[in-house]
Design a protein around this ligand. Structure first.
Ligand code: ZN
Length: 130
């Protein structure tokens, strides 16, 4: 039997529900979200692997909305591998959305040094055009 998860709180729910019994999220409204918005909602997934995959795709296709979501996301995220993926995604997105560079600049002050360093390297590379 397939298992279904609420895309907002990621608790297991029964097939065929219209709203999540845990967080009240409407699955019908989720169906109407764009692909980018669905990826953004995967940033709340409890498993890092899922978040990393979503961030990776956002890096390739994401626009302004994704940059704004990632900016808020990095304030609450603590996992270094996930944050490093955000840095990579922002670097890619900077060719489409200028603000991605501002978010990278903020990340240069991140408390995790490896994240701060990689953000600085990514921004330098963008500015140099490499
Ligand atoms: Zn839910």
């Amino acid at each position: 039997m397939p298992t279904f998860f609420c895309p907002k709180c990621w608790k297991e729910v029964e097939e065929g529900c219209k709203v999540c019994p845990y967080c009240n999220f409407s699955f019908e409204s989720f169906d109407r979200l764009s692909y980018e918005e669905k990826l953004i909602s995967a940033l709340n997934h409890p498993v890092d692997e899922f978040k990393i995959n979503a961030i990776n795709v956002l890096g390739r296709i994401g626009g302004e909305k994704a940059v704004n979501a990632l900016e808020k996301f990095v304030e609450r995220e603590n996992s270094v591998p996930v944050l490093l993926e955000v840095v990579k995604a922002l670097k890619l997105m900077s060719s489409r959305v200028d603000r991605a560079l501002d978010v990278l600049k903020k990340l240069e002050n991140h408390r995790a040094r490896v994240v701060a360093k990689s953000a600085k390297r990514a921004r330098d590379e963008v500015l140099r055009g490499t």
